[in-house]
Design a binder for this molecule. Sequence first.
Ligand code: ADP
Length: 233
Amino acid sequence: MNTPKILKITGLEKTYSSGNKQLTVLQNISFDVDRGQTFSIVGPSGSGKTTLLGLCAGLDEPSAGQIELCGQDLSTLNEDQRAQLRNKEVGFIFQNFQLLPTLTALENVSVPLELQGAKDAEKRSMVLLEKVGLADRSHHYPSQLSGGEQQRVALARAFANQPSILFADEPTGNLDEDTGEKVIKLLFDLNKEAGTTLIIISHDLELANRTQQILRLKGGQILTNQRTSVLQS
Ligand code: ADP
C-alpha cells in the first residue's frame, strides 16, 4: 500500500532576476513527504532552504515545477485559496519567533484563531499555553518574555489550528541548548500525539538525525535524500 503523501515536489526550480542578471537558487528539486513523517531539510547558509520552504507553503511562486500540498496542486489555487489551505492545514515556526509585539502571549495565539472565526479562541489558546508551560505568562507581552518563552508562544500559535503539516525554519536558532531542547521536544510530541507532519529546516545535523528523513541541499540542488536510523512509525 502506498503511504499517502502530504507534500510532493516535482522538478522544482527557482530563479530570481535582478536587472539583466538571473540567479538560479533552486534547481531540479524533486522529493515527497509522507503524512505524519518527521522530515528535515539541511544545508549550509545560502543553499536554498528558506526559499524552498516558502515555495512548499505556497508563499512564493516557483519558476518551474510542481508542488502538491495536502493533495492540492498549488498552481491551480489563487491567493485566497492558498491562504485558506494554509490557515486550515499549515503551521509555521521561525527562528526569530515573529510574535506581534503589541499583543500579549494569549492574544498572539487567540487573535489569529478569532480571525479564522473560532468562537472559543481564548479558551483554546489558554489550553495551548498551558501545554507549552506558559499559563502564568499569558498576559505578558513578547518583550517581557525570554527567547525560549517567546518560541513556546510561537509553538502554541502554530499548533492552534491543529495543522496537518508544520514547517519549522531554524526553530532553535536563537535559543540556548537546554531551551532549544524543550522546544524540539514539544515539536516531536506534537508529531507523536497528533500525527502532525514535521518539516524542520536546520543547519544542525544532530537535530536532523532525530527526524526520519533528511534532505541535504547544496548550492540549490539535492545532494542526498535519505532515511535515517530513527525508528519508522
Ligand atoms: P538558506 O535558507 O539555505 O540560507 P536562502 O533560501 O535564504 O538559503 O537563499 C538561497 C539563495 O537565494 C541565496 O543566495 C540568497 O541570496 C538568494 N535569495 C533569497 N531570496 C532572494 C530574493 N528575494 N532575491 C534574490 N535572491 C534571493
